[in-house]
Design a protein around this ligand. Structure first.
Ligand code: BGC
Length: 250
């Protein structure tokens, strides 16, 4: 099946048509810079433009950078606060005329990795992290997603900030950290995560995962830690796959 997947990010809103059987994009990515301010109204205009670009009719899957329960967006850290307690799924379905599935961005990216990528053969507890403007996180246990995990907002008392302010890719570039400096921050973070959750596999996604050889070597954990295979496309591919299946059951 072909479905349109859209990833709403802190800097860009990206979409592509996806073959949900193969887990591959069948078109180039179409990207619109995230409007400022990124209010629901402005973001929905961008979503409509993407739909129009592909001249698309059919199920629409969307990854959103915040908590989403039953189609309602409940948090908005890297996006406008009007998204808090907003019936996002219904509003997008109404504006586009498409049957819409709206889920957390890390949950759909993780779903794509589990279905088609680095988690395909995973049998035990698997956690997926996306390192970007924020830190997205999700967990799969026996094929089931544990949604809206929000491990990017784990408070690190020693540093007096949320993990995302200490270890996101945005922080790496804003503070101009070397790969080693950043890798050691990630090491501290993932050791804490491992102590709390004991995952058997940790998959690292987000755009920076294509440079995994530069920082993964500094992360010393018991779990098998690997880069995402779908890289930055996981969000789009997973959103389209979620539109196809309607939930995260593998
Ligand atoms: C949000 C998460 C999101 C992540 C990546 C965090 O700030 O709270 O919901 O998955 O950023 O976009």
């Amino acid at each position: 099946m072909i479905a349109l997947g859209i990833d709403i990010g802190g800097s860009g809103i990206k979409g592509a048509l996806v073959d949900t059987v193969r887990g591959e994009m069948v078109t180039d990515r179409f990207r619109i810079p995230t409007p400022r301010p990124a209010t629901p109204k402005a973001v929905i205009v961008a979503v409509k433009k993407i739909k129009k670009h592909f001249n698309y009719k059919g199920p629409l899957g969307i990854g959103f950078p915040g908590i989403v329960i039953d189609g309602v967006t409940l948090s908005a850290v890297n996006i406008h606060q009007d998204w808090e307690n907003y019936e996002g799924e219904k509003a997008i379905a109404k504006a586009t005329g498409c049957e819409t599935v709206l889920r957390n961005d890390a949950d759909v990216a993780g779903f794509a990795e589990m279905r088609y990528g680095a988690g395909r053969d995973a049998t035990g507890e698997t956690m997926i992290f996306t390192l970007g403007t924020g830190i997205g996180s999700t967990m799969f246990v026996k094929g089931q997603c544990v949604p809206n995990l929000e491990m990017g907002h784990l408070y690190l008392p020693r540093h007096k900030v949320d993990a995302e302010q200490y270890t996101s890719d945005r922080t790496r570039s804003e503070l101009n950290l070397t790969w080693k400096e950043w890798g050691l921050r990630l090491n501290e973070y993932f050791n804490h995560i491992e102590f709390l959750f004991s995952p058997q596999r940790i998959i690292i996604g987000g755009g920076v995962s294509k440079k995994a050889e530069k920082f993964l070597k500094y992360i010393k954990v018991r779990a098998d830690i690997v880069p995402a295979e779908l890289r930055n496309e996981a969000g789009i591919i997973g959103a389209a796959a979620a539109a196809e299946v309607g939930d995260y059951t593998l």
